[in-house]
Design a protein around this ligand. Sequence first.
Ligand code: ADP
Length: 634
Amino acid sequence: MANLSLKHIYKIYDDEVKAVNDFCMDIKDKEFIVFVGPSGCGKSTTLRMIAGLEEITAGELRIDDVIVNDLEPKDRNIAMVFQNYALYPHMSVYENMAFALKTAKVPKNIIEEKVKEAAEILGITQYLERKPKALSGGQRQRVALGRAIVRNPKVFLLDEPLSNLDAKLRAAMRAEISKLHEKLQTTFIYVTHDQVEAMTMGTRIVVMKDGFVQQIDTPKNLFKYPVNIFVAGFIGTPQMNFFDAKITKKDSLVRFELECGANISEEYAEIDKIPIGYMDGQIPVVVGIRPDDVKLDDVAYNEQEWGKADARVTLVESLGGETLIYADMNVKNTSDKHGIVVVKAGADSEIKKDDIIKVAIKKSNLYFFDKETQLNIKPRIPKENILDCVIKNGRLYFGKQELKLPPVFENLKSGECKIAVPPEAVVLGEGRAKAKISSAEVIEDKVLYRLEILNNDENFNGAPLFALELGKQCFDEGEKIVFDIDFSKVSIKEQNIEPIEKTNVLKCTFVKKRGDKKKYKFYFDIENQLLKADEAICEKLFASKGTQIFDIPLEMVFMPDSIEAEKYVSDGLDSIAGKVTDVFDYGMKCFAKVRVGSSDIIIMHKCEIGEKLSIRFNEKGFNVKDKTKDIIIV
Ligand code: ADP
């Protein structure tokens, strides 16, 4: 039983191959975590770093809150099961399973008890006297698992343990490993390139690509809410079909115009999580359709829920129990783009190549991506609301609603503009902007409200306003609220306004100075200002770079609200001095631009221009980046 925490974990091989980049994850006790992704994406490397078989280049790995970066594999209380079983050929099954305990000098009677118990769990009691060569692949894999079980580890690591088995045995062993996890009530981490294994076994899955984590989520959420085209295409069999498309909106009706010639129409209210900016047909999008959401059309499928299209059959695959039909929606050759859908039909289907079929496509299960960024544009929590507004006399008007602009925006140009407001920037207010809760959706531990802005005039685009949590209060559908906007989080393209909260960066180096009794003390040198580095941070810096840490350019990286500032006290070593060069009063919050050496940083603090400040960093409020390799080391 164990919790694991992986913080900013990197692996760089031979000083250049970045096999794993900034892997961050907390794993709870008893979870079954699966790392999945194509070959070479960094899954095994991550697993081997957890096992201690591979050195961690940078980052912090904790098991049950103890940093284990430098612990030997045998001291981590972890058991690893490999793809090639790695059994000793000259030993019997019993001896193989007993080996680790024997080396650890565990008394004989306890070894016997543990081996017999594990053999019982795995159903291999009758083979205990056999040698591995007299066992089948599945039985050998069981012995390998048994060898891990007897050690009673806190964490089980399994690296593609089933890939040497044939398909049928793999399916059976998959179920057995899941059962084993249930029985042992221990944390499992399992590596595979097979998404079916991942989906059927994991409580949570980490999808990786090119050394980067793409998404960490439950199987259901990965399937329903993939963050990008890669995850959408990787998860699910047969694979999701993708179609280049554009989206247009006329009144309350939205059309998805696929380049292959097919069109699907949908009520705007059904897909209003897609930002309205995508609906003028200008931004290329990709529409994703899962084969399970395409049916052979018959009268059973109503127009309201199903889009319809003609398609020419290009391939028929009989799988015995069912038939897969590949059909191209570019029937009339109106486009040079093919639009292949895969449709599942019954075993006795008589459809053949070149037939023209009618397909029905489930509208509510369509997926939408930005073609350029590849990101899902209809995520569970929309990234931002786009409001069509007018700015006039220090006020913001949208529909017939209005909000007072904060002092920082007093000088904005009057006129029409689009303002991008993230859902977390919609807050309860006291002014004159009113809205009605039209729906509430619980997403993990948060509530996403869909608000209908009241008194819209005819020019208002009718887009809903999404708000993530509204203070501590809960609201019901139909309730009316007065809201405000946290303007520090908004962007207004036309006026070059961006959210003020951005990651701050200060150039620095790490230095040592002789202190009392000739003992060294360690500091960050931030452009000639010294800031004491506390012991825990020094330890981490030395752990990742050794004494080389004194020779490399570093960066301190932090958010505006993670540091403290006060009126300048003195040139202490626990703070650095900075001069306020600008202030930004957002009403609800105040920020200041502060000059430190040759850099400007933004902090959340109420002060005046020209004021001198002492700035303090708390241990958890910042990261340290190695500039030479562009990796976070603390
Ligand atoms: P996966 O398990 O996802 O197939 P790996 O973790 O084995 O991927 O490898 C990730 C990347 O690191 C690959 O590009 C691989 O070539 C590289 N790599 C793995 N081991 C080494 C090594 N010992 N030396 C150099 N590069 C390596």
